[in-house]
Design a protein around this ligand. Structure first.
Ligand code: LLP
Length: 421
């Protein structure tokens, strides 16, 4: 079920014409669908029915507080990876006992903040981090619940920049050293070891790597229990992929993923957490942009948009594919035209798509980038002093700006000039 469809010749987000949002907020902008976010969260929640579980949304994929509140109100927990994300989750009203704190480089300050504000667990990733957390918790007279993230040395078969489960990645402790590290943690004050954490990568389009990793975690659970540890919780990470190129991609469904979890770790009687980000927010959002010029080059046509790599960096950074479609529905059978679709930023890397066939468009026409709800707005910047673009949330026939476009004054006045200049 897709909530970004053509109706009466116009692309809609739920019951709102995208063109009407553009007329109100200007372009470019992101728009998210409440119905899609809700549906995707529920798919995971339902897929784990029968297990004691918590779906901890990976906030890094889209951390707008409206999105967080919407998901939290449905019962979601949050996976945070920085003090800033922790504070955002709290500001959106997420209770501390539904927040898990991941990441390889947590600072003293971040640990203190989360212990004082309330935390479900820290997913710790190294021995130095375990030692520091023990010190921080002890100094606060607290006990910090922890899982230890293990690196199972499994190939996630995804883009190299987003694979995290191989032994040469910076994440987790080698699974071969787990017994020693758990023994060390169990002897430290201020810590309560509650479970095991694993996350092998993002945009996984096959179940097999998950299966390999989860089987290793199940085996480790038995070993650690035999060593006397109380392993009552398994955090199985996120990473289930989405179809970006709809015509030829069909990644596994959350139900299949849920069945795999039940099959591999269901017998252990553990509480299960998962940390999906992209599958919840990715196809719940589009980015809308306006064509500034159509320019004829020596041997190609360039579509120059008002959105750029600073607004959606995934194509420039990972060579990622995003479907691009006109906001006005093309007449049926209209022949497609081949364009290089680019932004106005001053580097050739500012290219969204090369030699892409889409229906013909002209200056001032609107186009939409699909699958832009995850790792879109959150990865944007003000490169070339381009203001961060607004985010809009639709709900049936209503829409609201959930992050406005800053003014140039706001951006420029953030700099301060030293007195000696
Ligand atoms: N948990 C941990 C510990 C993670 O590092 C990540 C993603 C997730 C959960 C969520 O993974 P997801 O379900 O969203 O695949 N910027 C990249 C993606 C980076 C993913 C980083 N970690 C992109 O645009 O493709």
């Amino acid at each position: 079920m897709d909530h970004f469809l053509y109706r009466n010749g116009q692309l809609h987000a739920e019951d709102v014409a995208v063109q009407d949002i553009a007329a109100t907020v200007g372009t470019p902008f992101y728009v998210y669908s409440t119905a899609t976010l809700t549906r995707h969260f529920k798919l995971f929640d339902d897929a784990l029915k029968g297990l004691d579980h918590l779906v901890c949304y990976a906030m890094k994929s889209n951390s707008n507080q409206a999105v967080i509140k919407l998901l939290s109100d449905l019962g979601a927990g949050m996976d945070v990876v920085s003090g800033g994300e922790y504070l955002r989750a709290k500001a959106a009203g997420v209770p501390g006992d539904r927040i898990v704190f991941s990441g390889v480089g947590k600072t003293h300050e971040e640990m203190r903040m989360a212990i004082e504000g309330g935390i479900r667990q820290f997913n710790v990733e190294s021995e130095p981090e375990i030692n520091v957390l023990s010190e921080v918790a002890t100094s606060l007279g607290a006990t910090a619940p922890i899982t230890i993230r293990v690196n199972p040395d499994v190939d996630a078969k995804t883009h190299e920049k987003i694979a995290t489960g191989k032994s040469d990645n910076k994440f987790g402790i080698p699974i071969s050293r787990a017994r020693d590290v758990y023994a060390h943690a169990a002897n430290l004050p201020g810590l309560e070891v509650v479970g095991i954490d694993v996350h092998i990568g993002s945009q996984l389009t096959q179940l097999e790597p998950f299966e390999l990793a989860y089987r290793k975690v199940a085996e480790l659970t038995e070993t650690l229990r035999a060593d006397g540890h109380m392993i009552k919780r398994l955090d199985l990470g996120g990473g289930l992929g989405i179809p970006y190129e709809r015509s030829n991609e069909a990644p596994p469904l959350p139900t299949e993923y849920g069945d795999l979890i039940k099959r591999t770790v269901g017998h252990l009687g553990c509480e299960v957490e998962i940390e999906p980000g992209r599958l919840i927010s990715g196809n719940a959002g589009i980015m809308v942009s306006k064509v500034i010029y159509v320019k004829s080059g020596e041997n190609r046509k360039f579509l120059i948009l008002d959105a750029a790599m600073n607004d959606l960096i995934r194509p420039a950074m990972y060579g990622a594919y995003h479907d691009i479609l006109p906001v006005v529905e093309p007449e049926p059978g209209r022949e497609h035209v081949k364009y290089d679709i680019v932004g106005p930023v001053c580097e050739s890397g500012d290219t969204f798509a090369k030699q892409r066939f889409i229906p013909p468009v002209a200056s001032d026409d609107l186009v939409a980038f699909r699958s832009a709800g995850a790792y879109g707005a959150v990865m944007s910047s003000e490169y070339n002093t381009r203001p961060l673009i607004p985010e809009v949330l639709v709900h049936d026939d209503q829409f609201a700006v959930i992050r406005p476009r800053p003014t140039f004054d706001e951006i420029i006045n953030r700099d301060t000039i030293p007195t000696w200049l």
